[in-house]
Structures are given as C-alpha cells and as structure tokens.
Write a protein that binds this ligand. Structure first.
Ligand SMILES: [Fe+2]
Ligand SMILES: [Fe+2]
Length: 189
C-alpha cells in the first residue's frame, strides 16, 4: 500500500468533516515534523490513519477491543478513547502497518503515554492544535508549539484534564501518567 491507498481507505471510513480534520492534522503534523526534525514519512502515515476508526459504532469498537485483547479498562472510560487503540491494530491487520512508531502514534493519540517518542508527540499535538480547533487555551498551546513539543503537550494535557473534570468525566489514568512524565522535568504539575 502506498500513501494514496492510506488516504483513500481513510476517506472511505468517515464523513467529510472528519476527513477535512484528518487533512488538517496531516498538514499540521508535517509542519511540526519539519520544525522539530522528526521523521516526515512516519508522521505523515500516522497522521493520515490516526482517526481511521473514529466513526466505527460503539459495538464494533467494543468487539475489536475484546477480540484484539486491547486494554480492557478502556471500556470503563469514555468511548472517545476507544478509536485510537483499535485503529492501531486495524492499521496493522488491514493496511500492513508494521512500524512501531506509527502504531504507537495512532494508538496513543487521544490519551498520550509516558515516554512518548517524537512521532507520537507530533501526531498528538497536531491533533490538538490543527487550525480548526477552537477549544479555550488552544492558542497558548500553538504558541508553545513554536519552540517546544513537550511544553505544548503539557499544557494541552492540563487543559484536557481540566475540561474532562469540569464535565464530570473520568480521566483515563494514562493521561495523568503522561502529564507526570513530561512535566517532571519542569517541576510543573
Ligand atoms: Fe482521534
Ligand atoms: Fe483526530
């Protein structure tokens, strides 16, 4: 499969609005990859595929989480967290993605994880700051992303956690772990 196959297969999976989001993430991720000297091809492939399963039904995602033996505790948390891990496995099984950096970037693009690699960080951040994102505080994250992937991700995580708490939603533990991991260097939690 080549890049055009990944684009075509992804576009088939989703409505126009999410497809346009995907293209903005691809563009934003390319800018970040250039800025921070990260592997462009891996970033490109992961960004194209990151939301591959975003529009699968809850039943399909639950079935996949069980069948592929993904972390079962995902099922205790918001459905929003399910599509990344499932897409990572689907990308391997259906699209032949073998590269661990790409798989991780897809898997963890919603939660983050401790010790994220550069490809993971770029895709995570691009998904948060792509130009159509309007959530409060996103502009401050875009500014930090001019100079530091880690500082930008730390702020995005804090804002996500605050948002989830304000909505009365539970925060997936891995998201706290990611914040602790990245913030430990800057005394910043
Ligand atoms: Fe997503
Ligand atoms: Fe996304």
């Amino acid at each position: 499969m080549n890049r055009q196959d990944y684009l075509d297969r992804t576009q088939e999976q989703m409505p126009l609005a999410r497809w346009e989001h995907t293209l903005r993430v691809v563009e934003t991720a390319a800018i970040l990859a250039r800025r921070f000297d990260v592997d462009k091809e891996k970033v490109d492939t992961a960004a194209i595929l990151h939301d591959f399963c975003k529009f699968w039904t809850a039943e399909e995602l639950i079935f996949a989480i069980k069948q592929y033996k993904l972390p079962q505790d995902l099922l205790l948390y918001n459905q929003e967290l399910w599509h990344g891990p499932v897409a990572s496995v689907v990308a391997t099984k259906e699209l032949g993605i073998q590269d661990q950096d790409i798989k991780n970037a897809i898997f963890y693009h919603t939660t983050g994880k401790p010790n994220m690699g550069l490809v993971e960080k770029v895709v995570f951040l691009a998904d948060y700051i792509e130009p159509a994102r309007k959530m409060p505080g996103v502009e401050a994250v875009r500014l930090l992303a001019q100079n530091s992937l880690d500082e930008a991700i730390v702020l995005s995580l804090k804002q996500t956690i605050q948002f989830l708490i304000s909505c009365g939603q539970r925060v997936y533990p891995l998201t706290y772990d990611t914040l602790r991991d990245l913030a430990k260097h800057e005394n910043d939690i």
